[in-house]
Design a protein around this ligand. Structure first.
Ligand SMILES: NC(=O)c1ccc[n+]([C@@H]2O[C@H](COP(=O)([O-])OP(=O)(O)OC[C@H]3O[C@@H](n4cnc5c(N)ncnc54)[C@H](OP(=O)(O)O)[C@@H]3O)[C@@H](O)[C@H]2O)c1
Length: 327
């Protein structure tokens, strides 16, 4: 069986001058909010390992950690490193004093958060700044205008938007042109990408996806009888519970078997599959340990034949037939 054509390893984000490797490092786990056992030393080591492996795109946000923990760790890790790294961040959400997530995309909040992010990251200009998500309390048009204002001030090079549906994206892009859209995507949740990708292609907007590993589940290391720590916030997601968990484990057993045959890991197989899906430019993969990014960064080297892709798609279809489990 013939392998799929060699994939381009890097991609330009929209019409920007930002050329990034197709696997980006997600800094959410380093924030220490939902991930357990996070240390800044391990986070810095993870970033260094990612750079060593050729990853040149790190994704963070104003809301990633108390006091901007992920931004600060990134700044510390990059100090003295010679690589040119594309730094992407997000405004429009923050943590309150208890560490509880809240939308805050008022224009004045967007300006203030963007200013703080530059300070925390120790840069004059952030390469790419997304609106994290629409804030139900604020007209999206006002948030778009505020992000455009941040670009016009020269604080960020390019704008992006995240967690929007198609009408929201169209409106946002009309007021604040974006080069990238962030949305969730994984073997269990493909609806958002399916609804956005034609428009993105028509407008030269890059689709950057998160949760490719479904927060670790699709890394394949959690066995069927795995019991999540009571403090592990992944317990709240339906895919980590009951019938969905069992169905996901059935899919994972099939992936485990294919990964064994291909002499790769499940996470590599899953990321390789994700990056072969039409319209997806970049997969962001979270990590908090060097070993994790070592494993995932090389996923682009795993060839998948058309027959293998078809088998994986068949398993996903079987999973979907077992319930209406979109999100
Ligand atoms: N725009 C948005 O609203 C939005 C939302 C979510 C995420 N994001 C971005 O997308 C990035 C990716 O999402 P995510 O970090 O939430 O989830 P993810 O990439 O689906 O999963 C990351 C988790 O998978 C586990 N993992 C990673 N590599 C592994 C390996 N090789 N072996 C075993 N386990 C491994 C780790 O979990 P443990 O070590 O804890 O087991 C890690 O924390 C984020 O970091 C963030 O930058 C953006």
């Amino acid at each position: 069986m013939q392998s799929s054509p060699i994939r381009t390893q890097s991609v330009r984000l929209g019409n920007s001058d930002l050329e990034v490797y197709r696997i980006g490092l997600g800094a959410w786990p380093m924030a220490g909010i939902t991930s357990l056992g996070v240390t800044d030393e391990a986070s810095v080591a993870t970033i260094h390992r990612a750079l060593d492996l050729g990853i040149n795109h790190i994704d963070t946000a104003y809301a990633y950690g108390i006091g901007g923990r992920s931004d600060r760790v990134i700044a510390e890790a990059l100090a003295g490193r010679p690589e040119r790294v594309v730094l992407a961040s997000k405004v429009g959400a923050r943590l309150d004093d208890q560490g509880v997530w809240m939308n805050d995309a008022r224009p004045e909040a967007i300006i203030q958060q963007a200013r703080e992010i530059r300070d925390r990251l120790r840069v004059d200009m952030v390469d790419l700044m997304y609106l994290h998500a629409p804030d139900p309390k604020v007209p999206l048009s006002e948030s778009a205008d505020a992000l455009k204002n941040v670009v016009d001030r020269g604080w960020v090079r390019w704008a992006g938007v995240s967690n929007v549906d198609l009408p929201q994206l169209e409106m946002f892009h009309g007021r604040c042109p974006v080069v990238a859209v962030q949305t969730y995507f994984n073997m269990f949740q493909q609806d958002s990408v399916l609804s956005l990708r034609d428009y993105c292609q028509s407008q030269s907007i890059s689709l950057v996806v998160y949760w490719v590993l479904m927060k670790g589940l699709l890394a394949g290391g959690m066995a069927r009888d795995h019991v999540l720590d009571p403090a592990d916030r992944r317990r709240k997601y339906p895919i980590y519970q009951g019938e969905q968990w069992q169905a996901a484990q059935d899919l994972l057993d099939q992936l485990r078997s294919m990964a064994r045959d291909k002499q790769c890991t499940v996470s590599q197989l899953v990321i390789a599959w994700s990056l072969l899906q039409p319209g997806i430019a970049v997969a962001l993969v979270g990590a908090k340990r060097p070993k994790q990014i070592e494993e995932t960064a090389v996923a682009l080297h795993i060839p998948l034949t058309a027959e293998e892709l078809g088998r994986v798609d068949g398993w996903i279809a079987e999973f979907q037939l077992r319930g209406d489990w979109a999100r």
